[in-house]
Design a protein around this ligand. Structure first.
Ligand code: C5P
Length: 305
């Protein structure tokens, strides 16, 4: 039986602002997101009956997985029954890190399902299916750089980051998204990052301008021990010459942005002495037009006979 494999690139938030709480229980967001070359791989085969999911290195949550819900929503949108599917995740992106690892896997699965079962489905329709599964899934389907508003699913394309290097470090604690949102208080004290300025800097291709405007409101609700750890990672990245360093999403992963000939490798080396999960990466572009060639190869690849 033939199978298909695709890279599932993680995302970082160059800027993340939360505008308020919504009547539906979610929060109104304004963030600049960028897909990065740190990625999982998702492997899809038509096999057996029903939906089965396998993953190395993670414990799958009890009950119906996001992947299964995504596959069911995809075939419901197509108006046809779901064939037997077997999905395998090859995990590299840390979970509960603010890097969209889970959303990226769902997004890659949806791109694979479109490729195999509905190549004419417009990207917008696939993103709408993804939006039913998670707020970051539409962006993770699209990739590149975008301003994300609403729950995170209302996307406006932006030009990608100018050529640069990224170092991403996940400290040894998790910060689940729901509880991080619950820490946010809208009492007028929330400092708002300059998202407009970030968008303008990206539109100008101005790496220094955008570096000055990285910021994440979730950093303001860290507990003391968490803050110390995040600040110490940022201090190492900045001392090694990063133009900017910030926490991604609801944390706790931290990224640093380096010019192409900067000391990203030295920063990663130093961080690896203290942390188990340190990655060098690059920004990547739109994923439907230009799938990421990361191991195993990003372009959906036929495996088996
Ligand atoms: O959309 P998703 O299921 O990935 O979100 C996970 C959790 O994060 C939600 O249950 C909600 O508590 C919180 N969230 C939020 N506002 C958003 C996105 C997520 O409050 N815009």
């Amino acid at each position: 039986m033939a199978g298909y494999r695709q890279a599932a690139p993680a995302k970082i938030n160059l800027a993340l602002d939360i505008l308020g709480r919504r009547p539906d229980g979610y929060h109104e967001m304004r963030m600049v997101m960028h897909a990065v070359s740190l990625c999982d791989a998702v492997f899809l085969e038509e096999a057996g009956e029903g939906f089965s999911l396998f993953a190395e290195g993670i414990v799958l949550p009890a009950g119906k997985t996001l992947e299964q819900r995504a596959a069911e929503a995809f075939f419901a949108a197509l108006g046809r029954p779901m064939p037997g599917l077997r999905v395998t995740l090859e995990k590299k992106t840390p979970a509960y890190a603010g890097l969209g690892g889970g959303s990226a896997d769902v997004a890659a699965l949806l791109r694979l399902l479109r490729e195999k079962y509905a190549p004419a489905m417009p990207r917008e329709e696939l993103e709408a299916v993804g939006g039913q599964i998670g707020s970051d899934v539409p962006f993770c389907i699209r990739g590149g750089a975008a301003l994300a508003e609403g729950r995170g699913e209302v996307l406006t394309d932006l030009p990608p980051l100018p050529e640069c290097r990224l170092v991403i470090c996940k400290p040894d604690f998790d910060l689940p998204t729901g509880p991080m949102f619950a820490r946010i208080r809208f009492d007028g004290s929330l400092p708002h990052p300059d998202v407009e300025g970030m968008v303008a800097a990206l539109n100008r291709g101005d790496l220094n301008g955008m570096a000055k405007r990285t910021g994440n409101v979730f950093e303001t609700v860290l507990e003391l021990a968490e803050r110390r750890e995040i600040e110490s990672i940022k201090e190492i990245l900045l001392r090694r010459g990063a133009l900017a360093a910030a926490m991604s999403g609801s944390g706790p992963a931290v990224f640093g942005i380096f010019v192409p000939d900067g000391d990203a490798a030295g920063a990663a080396e130093e961080l690896k002495r203290r942390y188990a999960q340190v990655f060098e990466a690059k920004p990547v572009g739109r994923l439907m037009q230009d799938p990421v060639p990361c191991p195993p190869q990003g372009e959906p690849e036929r495996i088996g006979s």
